[in-house]
Design a protein around this ligand. Structure first.
Ligand SMILES: [Zn+2]
Length: 263
C-alpha cells in the first residue's frame, strides 16, 4: 500500500516538474504558460508520447524526433528532482501526521508548492545567472504568510515567535554584507533576498544547516566542474542559489541539525 502511495507522489512530482520546466523556459518571455510545447529548434509541436515526463527524454535518446537537435538535459533533471522532493515530503510527513488527514494534505501541499518555486528560481538562476526579483518576492511573501500557519512544521495557526520572525533575517543580513563588501563578486544580492524566504520556510536551525551544506556542495561540485569541464575555471561565476536551495531541501526533508540550536 505504502509503495502505491509513494509511486503516486513520484508521478505527481514528475507531472509538476514538467510544468516547472515550461515555467522556467517561458518566464520573462512573451510566451504564455499554456499551449502545447514544441521543439526549441524546429518548433515542431510535440505529440503525446513526446510529452511523457522523464520517459520521453530517454525514449527519444535526448534528441528531437523531427530535427534531431539535442533536447536540454534540464527536462529530465527538473522532473526527477521534483518527483524526489515530493516523495521526500510524503516520507517526512507521514511519520509526523496520520496519513489522509486534512493537516497532512495542507502541510504537504504548502511545502510542495514552496519547494517547486525554489526549484524554478534555482534553475532560472543557473540559466540566466540572475534571480528574478518577482520570484524572490513571491517566495518571501508566501513563506512569511506560512509563518502564521506552519510553525513546528505542522499546520498550526498562531502568532509567530520572535525567533520565527528572525529566521528569515539571520542569514540574509550577513549575506547582504558579503555582497556589499565584495561589491557583488562573492555573493549576489539576489542570494540575500532568496534566503529571507528560505529562512521563513524551513526555520532557523535547518536554515543554518542548509547554508553549511550548500557551501560544501558548492565547493565539491565547483571543483568537479573545474576539473572535468573545459568551460569552467577558478574564475568562473557559478550561481549559488541552486546550492542554497539544495542545502535547504536536504536539511528540511532529512531534518539535518548540524548545530545545537537552543531556540
Ligand atoms: Zn526539433
Amino acid at each position: 500500500m505504502t509503495f502505491i502511495i509513494i509511486f503516486s507522489f513520484f508521478i505527481v512530482g514528475l507531472i509538476v516538474g514538467s510544468f516547472l520546466n515550461v515555467v522556467i523556459f517561458r518566464y520573462n518571455t512573451k510566451k504564455t504558460f499554456g499551449g502545447r510545447s514544441g521543439c526549441m529548434t524546429c518548433q515542431n509541436k510535440l505529440c503525446w508520447y513526446e510529452l511523457i515526463p522523464l520517459i520521453s527524454f530517454f525514449a527519444l535518446r535526448g534528441r528531437c524526433k523531427n530535427c534531431k537537435s539535442k533536447i536540454s538535459i534540464q527536462y529530465p533533471l527538473v522532473e526527477l528532482t521534483t518527483a524526489l522532493v515530493f516523495v521526500g515530503l510524503f516520507l517526512k510527513f507521514q511519520n509526523v501526521f496520520y496519513f489522509n488527514t486534512f493537516v497532512f494534505y495542507i502541510t504537504v501541499a504548502y511545502y510542495a508548492i514552496m519547494f517547486s518555486l525554489l526549484l524554478v528560481i534555482s534553475v532560472y538562476d543557473l540559466r540566466h545567472k540572475i534571480i528574478p526579483d518577482m520570484l524572490a518576492l513571491i517566495l518571501g511573501t508566501l513563506s512569511f504568510i506560512g509563518l502564521f500557519f506552519f510553525a513546528g512544521y505542522s499546520f498550526n495557526p498562531h502568532i509567530p515567535s520572535l525567533w520565527e520572525f528572525l529566521s528569515g533575517v539571520v542569514v540574509a543580513v550577513p549575506f547582504a554584507l558579503i555582497w556589499l563588501i565584495s561589491k557583488g563578486k562573492w555573493m549576489g544580492l539576489g542570494d540575500a533576498k532568496l534566503v529571507i524566504g528560505i529562512g521563513w520556510l524551513v526555520g532557523i536551525g535547518r536554515m543554518l544547516s542548509g547554508v553549511v551544506l550548500s557551501f560544501w556542495l558548492g565547493a565539491i561540485i565547483g571543483l568537479l566542474m573545474i576539473f572535468f569541464s573545459k568551460k569552467y575555471s577558478i574564475k568562473s561565476e557559478i550561481p549559488f542559489a541552486p546550492f542554497l536551495v539544495l542545502g535547504a531541501i536536504l536539511a528540511f526533508i532529512f531534518d539535518i541539525h548540524l548545530f545545537q540550536v537552543w531556540f
